[in-house]
Write a new protein. Structure first.
Ligand SMILES: [Zn+2]
Ligand SMILES: [Zn+2]
Length: 335
């Protein structure tokens, strides 16, 4: 199973982007991506030359669309055909997500707290969500150098609150990439762990994200495992009630070689934090000399845990990377 570097939010000149699909694909390849999801606003016509561009660039292009309405933007990937956004009123997002699911796609909130009218019509999420189980993911990091933006910090908190409520929802980054322009701002990557069993890369990416097999980073790739006496659980997995224990071994691995040469942070003061519904349950300093870090963490009361990597970027102390969660089933039968 491979961790695949994906950009999950992009536009071309088929909506308001200022780049062709070929320019987008070449730019993504140069930044070390394996895949890019094309998520033009309310259209999929930009995918027309997809196959020849995939062959020319060696990059995989995932089908998608940004469902763009007055009440919010919803990113989708994996759609097999266009989903009409026009009927959507402020209470109708669930019907929209249902239609996305029916056409093989999955749906996430795009940049939910970006300033809306009159700056960016519909950018702020106002749809009423009655059932968080239905939404597949939240784009918690939007834009370049996303970790320092206050609207992203709110989105990140929203994700944490939903995890605390017991929902299993994935978190992604998306550059909302509109044009090829030089920037020295850190670029975020969503790594998806593809199962490579069957179907196209798009189908594999949809399955990975639906299952929460995702890790987001501006630099090294961070992965997490929980080990009980019997089993090993990976990102997106859930520890079943019968395998709950008083404590687990958590193993964080950091791959400092990914996208080599395309990112740089000062080595010193990397800090791994294990965050959970119980708060911080582990902390260790990290460096590129060491790949693996082991923690003993409590099992009692644990509903979810993720790894976060903090560091220094552009003279700021900030989050560099975070994994999606590993879950644990409720402990009703546990005493
Ligand atoms: Zn948008
Ligand atoms: Zn967008």
């Amino acid at each position: 199973m491979g961790w695949t570097a994906c950009e999950l939010h992009s536009h071309t000149n088929h909506s308001d982007g200022r780049q062709s699909l070929l320019e987008l694909a070449q730019g993504a390849k140069a930044l070390g991506f394996d895949c890019v999801a094309l998520t033009d606003h309310n259209t999929m016509t930009g995918l027309k030359d997809r196959e020849s561009i995939e062959q020319e660039t060696g990059l995989t292009i995932i089908s998608g669309m940004e469902w763009t309405t007055f009440y919010g933007h919803m990113v989708t990937i994996g759609l097999t055909e266009f989903v009409d956004w026009r009927p959507a009123g402020p209470g109708d997002i669930h019907e929209g997500v249902e239609r996305v699911h029916a056409l093989g796609g999955i749906a996430g909130m795009a940049h939910p707290y970006r300033i809306g009218n009159p700056m960016c019509t519909g950018c702020f999420w106002e749809f009423e969500i009655r059932d968080w189980n239905q939404l597949d993911y939240i784009e918690v990091w939007s834009g370049t150098f996303p970790s320092i933006k206050t609207d992203n910090a709110r989105a990140f908190r929203l994700w944490t609150e939903r995890l605390n409520d017991g929902f299993r929802i994935a978190a992604t980054s998306g550059r909302d990439w509109h044009a090829q322009e030089l920037t020295d701002a850190p670029i975020s990557v969503t790594y998806l762990q593809l199962d490579e069993n069957e179907g196209s890369i798009t189908e594999q990416a949809v399955r990975a994200l639906a299952a929460g097999r995702a890790s987001v980073t501006m630099g090294p790739l961070v992965t997490l495992e929980l080990r009980s006496e019997k089993m090993v659980y990976a990102i997106g997995d859930c520890v079943p009630e019968q395998d709950r224990s008083e404590s687990y071994e958590a193993v964080v691995e950091i791959d400092f070689q990914v996208r080599e040469g395309l990112w740089e942070f000062p080595e010193a003061r990397y800090l791994i934090t294990l965050m959970s519904n119980l708060g911080v349950i582990g902390e260790q300093h990290a460096s590129s000399e060491q790949k693996q870090y082991r923690f003993e963490i409590p099992g009692k009361g644990l509903m979810w845990v993720r790894a976060e990597l903090k560091g220094n970027a552009r003279s700021m102390r900030t989050m560099i990377a975070f994994t999606n969660a590993i879950y644990a089933e409720s402990e009703q039968a546990y005493d």
